[in-house]
Design a protein around this ligand. Structure first.
Ligand SMILES: Cc1cc2nc3c(=O)[nH]c(=O)nc-3n(C[C@H](O)[C@H](O)[C@H](O)COP(=O)(O)OP(=O)(O)OC[C@H]3O[C@@H](n4cnc5c(N)ncnc54)[C@H](O)[C@@H]3O)c2cc1C
Length: 400
């Protein structure tokens, strides 16, 4: 179909959606709220194998970024190793999950999008959109407008498109956790580079991994029952983050305290959210994908992967369906059950990070028994998440 799509948001799903649409023969323009150099996001993320499988389909190569993360360990705050497991099954060509700096990923995706001939318009914050019969008219905060055959809201957690499609749509749900982290230098930890080490500490969750060149990348999730306001978060000075974290890990056996001490700049923290069920993903010629439709708490490292998977599914649905409405229905039919199951699992895992001293004991026992069982039987209960493959060449059957 010779559509022209407007993609709102030039993040992970927006860029890849443009690339996937291009592969499906559909042209698009990306409209991004921030200016072109706003790759400000200092943190890192791990792209699991199911996301890398999609990047292979789209010929997007990130093998120069970050490092492979084939396995993860889980340890308790008392230093007891609860288990070790693969970070998903390696792809047939040996590719394993990969940990990358977010800013690097955004840069590579942006460069690839531009190489595909897609135009990216910066400084364009969507404020409203309306169906005009045979098109969609988008209005931006700077007073300009644009028109296209369809509008794809890839505008993230706080999606404006979600509200435009359904003013009653639920917003993000606070997960009771704060995120912070950093990059530590000049510290020798031993252990395998690339191994993701999760520590369910006595008072706080900590995760770290060593770059083969020596830097240690880490994140911590202090629990806080009530949602801090942006003003409260902004009022915490960098050295206060350090002092708070060191205090939280003081009674743990692992290397958290030393890693934090070896970090020059600790990320100013931010709250953790998910978006469990958005009843309406699409209306007329508008649809939401990625975090806008189903943000996943970072606890299972799959939010970006779900956003990435969405892009190829939507592109194949638009490629094979007789019209936009049936393409959107087919997309939702193929995606909703999977992503909501992943969001639910992320919520459960996040809940494990907020437990008090008594509930931690059965948690650690359950994790330890579960991982022993997995090691013995090879039966990984998360395999359905990682082993998911989307076949670009398989026609999508949709009904008009
Ligand atoms: C701490 C943390 C760790 C994480 N770790 C992992 C991980 O290890 N693995 C993983 O797979 N996922 C991880 N995630 C989740 C992942 O980052 C998100 O799921 C992913 O970024 C979602 O991509 P997206 O394209 O939907 O949204 P985003 O990447 O957030 O992009 C949205 C874009 O839309 C733009 N925008 C917003 N509003 C407007 C508007 N009105 N008009 C125009 N543009 C707009 C924004 O500027 C942004 O560029 C993590 C998340 C967090 C918070």
């Amino acid at each position: 179909m010779a559509y022209t799509a407007m993609i709102i948001g030039g993040g992970i799903s927006g860029s890849l959606c443009a690339i996937a649409l291009r592969k499906a023969g559909i042209s698009s323009v990306v409209w991004e709220a921030y200016d072109g150099t706003a790759d400000n996001v200092g943190a890192f993320l791990t792209l699991p194998v199911n996301a890398l499988d999609v990047l292979h389909t789209l010929d997007v190569d990130i093998s120069e970024l970050g490092f492979g993360t084939p396995r993860m360990t889980i340890t308790s705050g008392s230093g007891r190793k609860l288990g070790e497991m693969p970070y998903g099954t390696a792809l047939p060509d040996g590719t394993v999950s990969r940990t990358v700096k977010r800013a690097d990923l955004y840069r590579v995706l942006r460069e690839h999008t531009i190489r595909c001939g897609v135009q990216i318009e910066y400084g364009k914050r969507l404020v409203d959109a309306e169906n005009t019969g045979d098109a969609v008219l988008a209005r931006f905060a700077d007073g300009t407008t644009a028109e296209g055959d369809l509008l794809i809201g890839a505008d993230g957690l706080w999606s404006r498109t979600r509200e435009i499609i359904d003013p009653d749509a639920p917003g993000p749900r606070y997960a009771g956790l704060i995120n912070t982290g950093g990059y530590a230098h000049g510290i020798t930890l031993g252990g395998e580079p690339g191994m993701m080490n999760a520590i369910f500490g006595k008072r706080c969750f900590f995760v770290y991994t060593s770059h083969p060149k020596g830097e240690v990348w880490w994140m911590a999730n202090p629990a806080r029952a009530t949602e801090p306001t942006p003003a409260e978060m902004a009022a915490i000075a960098p050295e206060e983050w350090r002092a708070w974290l060191i205090d939280l890990f003081r009674r743990d056996c692992g290397p958290a305290e030393a890693i934090i001490a070896a970090t020059d700049k600790i990320f100013a923290g931010w709250n953790t959210y998910d978006v469990p069920t958005v009843p309406r993903w699409h209306r007329d010629r508008m649809i939401i994908i990625g975090d806008a439709a189903h943000a996943t708490a970072p606890s299972i490292g799959q939010g970006g992967a779900m956003a990435i998977e969405d892009t190829v599914v939507l592109a194949t649905c638009l490629r094979d369906s007789p019209d936009i409405a049936s393409a959107f229905t087919a997309h939702e039919g193929l995606r909703r059950e999977r992503v909501e199951r992943v969001v639910e699992q992320g919520n459960r895992t996040g809940g494990w990070k907020t437990l008090g001293p008594i509930a931690r004991i059965p948690r650690d026992l359950i994790m330890s028994l579960g991982m022993k069982h997995m090691a013995r039987t090879g039966n990984d209960p998360s395999r359905w998440i990682y082993d998911h493959h989307i076949d670009w060449n398989k026609p999508v059957h949709s009904s008009p």
